[in-house]
Design a protein around this ligand. Sequence first.
Ligand SMILES: CC(C)(COP(=O)(O)OP(=O)(O)OC[C@H]1O[C@@H](n2cnc3c(N)ncnc32)[C@H](O)[C@@H]1OP(=O)(O)O)[C@@H](O)C(=O)NCCC(=O)NCCS
Length: 211
Amino acid sequence: MTEVFLLDVPKISDDQFNNLLTFVSPDRAARVQRLKSRDKQSQSLFAKLLLRAVLCDRLKVQNSELEFAVSEKGKPYLKNCTGVHFSISHTDSLVAVALSNSEVGVDVEAVRPLKHNGYTKFLTPDEQAYIGADSTTTKQRFFEVWTKKEAYFKRFGEGVGAKAASVSVLDEPTVKTAFSNEAVLSVCCDGQFELVEVSEAKRILQSFLNV
Ligand SMILES: CC(C)(COP(=O)(O)OP(=O)(O)OC[C@H]1O[C@@H](n2cnc3c(N)ncnc32)[C@H](O)[C@@H]1OP(=O)(O)O)[C@@H](O)C(=O)NCCC(=O)NCCS
């Protein structure tokens, strides 16, 4: 079973931001603070807060019991906890957390203007043809393919790199995509995923922060 939680990053004051930093490890707090803009800091912090909130809620554990490690290629995982898998993603003011009982990858992207075509080197010819096939939906199609690709490679702890151009994700059965007007979200997992109501994600985060 795979659940996906999506949340808008709220605007908060400096005091609130500093208070929220205490919910993550000192190492993570320092890494968040090293990010250049406050928007990026908030995005990264809320992704970790939502992840911790969801894990505490679903696993019935305390925040202080959660211990994370990171794979050689950067995928975070829970120490001393087999059978619980997650993936996180953030973009603009959105954060996504996928939680599953098997390996999972998630990617969310705000649909925005494409500034350059440097990404094409990561795409197969059929993916490029799909993106270019309808000039009225090029942006949407690009982010559909891109989020599918990110989710696919994140599932097993790889980034989008050299192998990406040799794997077409267009008809990949493990990758599913959901669209809204402003964003695209893809999940790579066994079976279907459930997109949890935003109000439920907010409730879980609120209850975590009020402990
Ligand atoms: C890092 C990467 C996994 C995802 O990057 P992204 O889409 O920019 O960012 P997302 O917000 O979706 O995901 C970031 C999260 O993925 C997780 N992550 C990092 N490395 C990971 C890996 N190897 N496998 C799975 N998850 C990973 C982390 O939790 C990270 O969050 P954090 O940085 O706040 O700790 C990877 O695919 C990548 O390097 N992408 C960039 C490739 C690219 O754009 N190249 C240049 C094109 S011209």
